[in-house]
Design a protein around this ligand. Structure first.
Ligand code: ADP
Ligand code: MG
Length: 322
């Protein structure tokens, strides 16, 4: 199978590569052409995943395609951007039709879920490696950046944390669990749900935002630095799923939630007056702390005393080299 046959069969023919809103020209020319409505800015983010560094060489290609795109789309969510499309630069050791078919299917499932059109890419031979670049649009000046947090704002997250870090124990076969515990955790690992609609709902409301990829404490540190404020996290308010608690018990579950990576949920700061409307619209907003004057991230116990964060218990292949 030649390069052009491969591109046509697995990528140009995929349903996510068909004509889509905002895409004036997709796969097949020297460049794709995107239409941007007047008054909007283009949001762009690139991620590279290297086999043996970011994922095991032997991992399921369907799950890899699905997860790779979800991770990239999560950056659009974190900026409050509306998805347009993505490019795929794929380096492959061999053109294995079964592998490509499954990979393209996983990619297509997530692409349709996120409303991201496949608009181009590059295909080369070499050690397995993927680079995805995602494109989105956001009304000028309304992107959710990391530098707008102000003392008095609430610190919030978009759902239960630590599930993907807990799932890694299962993925790496360091633990096993009954189906009802394993299934929801593995789903959070292999099929993260980028919080795209939440990100868009936070435009004009959240003062700062990012997606949690390296663990809550580490990522909150980025907001604290960029905004020159302190973030105070109340450990007892960090939301944990029943499945994670069942797998690990409370203290290790909290460790995963604070230090584990790969959640791909949003963390954001919010002037308090916006909370009632977000709650009324039923967005998954969990308040876990506050922004104060100062610097860095502090963890507080129920009495408001500063406590040491638990040691980072788990090293993820998901976070290496990010
Ligand atoms: P060029 O020589 O102009 O770089 P290529 O031969 O690399 O073009 O690719 C031909 C067309 O196929 C281009 O439109 C490119 O964007 C697209 N393409 C190449 N590889 C992929 C891929 N893996 N997924 C999607 N589109 C691809
Ligand atoms: Mg090329």
């Amino acid at each position: 199978m030649g390069e052009f046959e491969l591109i046509r069969r697995f990528f140009a023919a995929a349903s996510c590569a068909q004509p889509a809103e905002g895409v004036a020209r997709g796969i097949g020319d020297d460049c794709a052409l995107l239409d941007l409505p007047p008054g909007e800015q283009l949001a762009v983010s690139t991620d590279t995943l290297v086999a043996g560094v970011h994922f095991p060489v032997s991992c399921d290609p369907f799950l890899l395609g699905q997860r790779a795109l979800a991770v990239s789309a999560s950056d659009l969510a974190a900026m409050g951007a509306t998805p347009i499309g993505f490019t795929l630069a794929l380096t492959l050791p061999t053109a294995d039709a079964d592998w490509l078919q499954a990979f393209a299917r996983g990619l297509d499932v997530m692409a349709r879920q996120c409303r991201l059109a496949l608009i181009g890419g590059d295909t080369t031979r070499g050690p397995l490696c993927l680079t995805l670049t995602v494109f989105g649009r956001v009304p000028r000046g309304q992107a959710l950046t990391r530098d707008g947090a102000r003392p008095g704002d609430l610190l919030c997250v978009g759902g239960d944390l630590g599930d993907a870090a807990g799932a890694l124990e299962l993925v790496l076969e360091r633990m096993s669990a009954p189906e009802e515990v394993a299934a929801p955790l593995l789903a959070r690992y292999w099929s993260p749900q980028p919080q795209l609609t939440l990100g868009q709902a936070l435009r004009g409301r959240a003062s700062a935002a990012l997606d949690i990829s390296d663990g809550l404490l580490a990522d909150c540190g980025h907001i604290a630095n960029a905004s020159a404020v302190a973030l105070k996290i109340e450990a007892a308010r960090v939301p944990l799923s029943p499945a994670l608690l069942a797998l690990l018990g409370e203290s290790r579950a909290v460790e995963c939630a604070l230090g584990g990576g790969d959640d791909y949920l949003l963390a954001f700061t919010l002037p308090e007056q916006h909370l009632p409307a977000l709650r009324a619209e039923d967005w998954p907003v969990r308040v876990i702390g506050r922004v104060e004057a100062g610097e860095g991230v502090q963890l507080l116990d129920a009495a408001g005393r500063v406590i040491d964060p638990p040691a980072r218990g788990y090293q993820h292949f998901g976070s290496a080299g990010d």
